[in-house]
Design a protein. Structure first.
Length: 142
């Protein structure tokens, strides 16, 4: 049984769970049995209960379903305030103009669609939809 995927997954899950996020884990096909046991341990040990879902199957088949209608924004959006003023950049943006352009393109593409946006920087819950208003956008938590 290969434990490396479980070790790597546990590092990512620990931080996500600590901040109250819901997680979906799609392991490598050859690590499915070990990951199933790992999920059982998580569900039995965590108090309060956490939402961690396991999706098994071949990558292109199952993994594609996970991301067909969802986007992880990463560092493109640091705060919901950037939806009010797309030109706002954090001090971590190396190129503020490029960051604003990328953010604007992403937000306009996702606005008023059913595509979920996952932000690693927004307060929990971190999944939601982008809604366009008259002169800015809003993040609607799901």
């Amino acid at each position: 049984m290969c434990w490396k995927p479980i070790t790597l997954c546990s590092i990512e899950l620990a931080s996500a769970i600590a901040f109250g996020n819901t997680c979906v884990v799609k392991p490598y096909e050859m690590a499915a049995a070990g990951m199933q046991r790992f999920m059982e341990l998580i569900h039995s040990a965590c108090r309060p209960p956490v939402v961690v879902n396991l999706v098994n199957g071949r990558g292109p088949v199952k993994g594609g379903v996970l991301v067909e209608h969802a986007v992880f924004a990463g560092d493109i959006l640091h705060t919901p305030a950037q939806l009010i003023d797309l030109s706002l950049s954090s001090r971590f943006c190396h190129d503020a103009a490029q960051a604003a352009q990328t953010r604007s393109e992403l937000v306009h593409q996702l606005a008023d669609t059913t595509t979920l946006l996952f932000s690693g920087h927004f307060p929990s819950p971190t999944a939601g939809l982008i809604v366009s208003l008259t002169d800015h956008f809003r993040f609607h938590h799901c």
